[in-house]
Design a protein around this ligand. Structure first.
Ligand code: ZN
Ligand code: ZN
Length: 141
């Protein structure tokens, strides 16, 4: 059983479905809908999803598809398409424990943001940068 919900807690869900199509999506619609560089998703049978509390708002993001979100806090939660009526996609990062559903592939990489490739080379901090920032190099006058 997987448990998840939105940031404010208004929407809580569970699913006892076996996840499939665990993917990171780089499409421009996911990017815009989430405000994030990419979105991790997994699919389950639609009837395996139970809303424990709240009800999502739905936005039609393309002629065949709608995206479910918390109308109070804005968390992106679900994707459903009339092309796959027995299926619903859930944002992996809305799970209480996203580590339980690791991605197995990446899709729409033709629109992946180029700078994602630089992430392994960026300075990293275990917590907020302000806590551990190294001295800035002198700025040329
Ligand atoms: Zn919420
Ligand atoms: Zn996408």
């Amino acid at each position: 059983m997987l448990h998840g919900g939105c940031l404010c807690g208004a929407i809580r869900y569970t699913t006892d479905g076996v996840p499939y199509h665990e993917s990171i999506c780089h499409c421009s619609i996911c990017r815009r809908a989430s405000g994030a560089p990419f979105v991790a998703w997994f699919s389950v049978p639609r009837q395996s999803l139970s809303l424990v509390s709240g009800a999502p708002g739905w936005f039609r993001s393309s002629p065949a598809a709608e995206r479910g979100f918390c109308a109070r806090c804005g968390t992106a939660l679900f994707f459903r398409s009339s092309a796959h009526p027995d299926e619903i996609d859930i944002t992996t990062a809305s799970l209480d424990d996203p580590a339980l559903v690791p991605p197995r592939d990446e899709i729409y990489t033709e629109t992946r943001i180029a700078w994602l490739a630089t992430l392994p080379r960026l300075p990293s901090f275990a917590a907020a940068r302000e806590q551990a920032a190294p001295p800035r190099p002198p700025t040329p006058a």
